[in-house]
Write a protein that binds this ligand. Structure first.
Ligand SMILES: Nc1nc2c(ncn2[C@@H]2O[C@H](COP(=O)(O)OP(=O)(O)OP(=O)(O)O)[C@@H](O)[C@H]2O)c(=O)[nH]1
Ligand SMILES: [Mg+2]
Length: 440
């Protein structure tokens, strides 16, 4: 059976590196250590220095080995780590020898963590936290991942699920003894109170402006406005490189040109878009459609106008950053309040735009309502739970029977159980773990 195989992988970065860590997990770990380490299996959780040998007793390398017996290891199985010199030949030799043992093979991406999950060492939300921690580039992403990894998020979700299970138990009493006074399925009763609390907790979690998902995946900014206003020039200044083509021909940018930047300690995707006007041809029309779509899905829009375009900002929404570009071309800057004047050519006023953008991102990222949803999967599960909690609560208000209400409570609790990976997750597991790196 595949899952009973012993697995091994390079757990450190690609060679050459100062040190390479080769990780092994499974029932063959003791046998492998015994055979490959000149001094045999080390004492549990103590590092042991010595030579690593292949089957012909030739030296693979010298280094440290640590043995961590299951079930108190990362995967829950017997695990070993070899610390070798980080050269490609050393690593290949070591992995070849390890894989020559019976039932031993190279691990698939995320397979160590998948075993940890299957052996109850982590729940699914925590396992996703591991992947996010490894992928984290910003401090904000890192602390989000750590909150998830240390179980804080899972605790909240499991707590809500437990409240639902208690409500369910009470409803089942009502189903079994329908004629009791003070039946729990009354609007003044404990089930109603629980559902009311949960409804507002779930609502608060869902009304988070997607801050967690944005910190994890990046905030989105769109630069929009009429042709020739200098949108692409502004993108290039923000990116500090010539990411988009600039020309004096109106309608130069046709597709969305996106750059990934670091602003206010966050990952930010800034998109330059096609100038908005009556399109000259079908390609431009498609570009404009994409521009509008990108603007609609963005967290922040930079509305650019210039002396050679209209200065109408009436299509701007609240929170958009309004920019009047090419200030070097005009003395007339009688503009509405709050418009930033700048020149993408000379750089004048550009730092004010950068500051405005950074402040806005800082403000959006700071809108934290705990717990933060970090993935679409989580949002969908919480939305399903919210739907059924709301149904159950209005069922009670309408005096529907405990049986019908119990059905919704059960479905809400199932949504939360699947979120933390307790039930019905086989198809989810594949997609979660395939995004891990090998060796984790
Ligand atoms: N004088 C001056 N010219 C500018 C400034 N910003 C951009 N330009 C020029 O204006 C022209 C249009 O600039 P782009 O950045 O291509 O404008 P755009 O808004 O992306 O235009 P489209 O892609 O056609 O929608 C180019 O010739 C730029 O060099 C500025 O601040 N001052
Ligand atoms: Mg352009």
């Amino acid at each position: 059976m595949k899952s009973r195989d012993t697995i091994c992988a390079l757990a450190s970065g690609p060679p050459p590196s100062a040190i390479a860590i080769v990780r092994i997990s499974g029932s063959q770990v003791r046998v492998i250590c015994d055979a490959m380490l000149e001094r045999g299996l080390p004492a549990p959780r103590r590092s042991a220095f010595g030579r690593f040998l292949d089957v012909s007793r030739d030296t693979i390398d010298e280094g440290l080995a640590v043995f961590m017996p299951g079930p108190n290891s990362y995967t829950g199985e017997d695990t070993a780590e070899f610390y070798l010199h980080g050269g490609a030949a050393v690593i290949d030799h070591a992995l070849d020898v390890i894989c020559s043992f019976d039932g031993t093979r190279l691990a698939e991406p995320g397979e160590f963590t998948r075993r940890a999950f299957e052996n109850g060492r982590l729940d699914l939300v925590e396992a996703e936290g591991v992947a996010d921690l490894i992928d984290a580039e910003t401090r904000a992403q890192k602390s989000l991942a750590l909150d998830q990894l240390d179980g804080r998020l899972s605790e909240t979700y499991a707590g809500w699920r437990n409240q639902l299970l208690q409500a369910l138990a009470l409803l089942e009493v009502s189903i079994d003894f329908p004629d009791e006074d003070d039946a729990p399925d009354q609007t003044g009763g404990p089930v109603f109170a629980t559902l009311t609390d949960l409804q507002s907790a779930l609502q608060e979690a869902l009304d988070d402006d997607s801050v967690g998902e944005r910190i994890r995946d990046g905030f989105r900014v769109a630069i929009i406005g009429p042709p020739n206003a200098g949108k692409s020039s502004i993108l290039n200044r923000l990116a500090r490189r010539d990411a988009a083509i600039v020309s004096d021909i109106p309608g130069t940018t046709r597709d969305v040109v996106e750059v990934r930047l670091r602003i206010a300690g966050q990952i930010v995707w800034v998109a330059d878009t096609a100038g908005l006007r009556e399109a000259a041809d079908t390609i431009e029309a498609e570009g404009i459609r994409r521009a509008q779509e990108r603007a609609a899905m963005s967290d922040i829009r930079i509305q650019v106008r210039s002396p050679d375009t209209d200065t109408d900002y009436s299509t701007a929404a609240e929170g958009d950053i309004l920019v009047f570009n090419k200030m070097d071309l005009t003395a007339d800057t009688s503009l509405q309040d709050g418009v930033l004047t700048m020149s993408a050519s000379t750089g004048q006023g550009f730092s004010v735009l950068e500051k405005a953008l950074s402040d806005r991102i800082h403000e959006l990222a700071g809108r934290t309502t705990a717990p933060l949803i970090t993935r679409r999967r989580h949002r969908e599960a919480l939305e399903a739970a919210m739907f059924h909690v709301t149904q159950a609560r209005s069922g009670l208000e309408l005096g529907m029977g405990a049986e019908l209400v119990a059905d919704d409570v059960r479905l809400a609790s199932r949504a939360l159980s699947s979120l933390i990976g307790e039930i019905g997750v086989e198809e989810v597991l594949g997609s979660v773990f395939s995004n891990f790196c090998i060796g984790k």
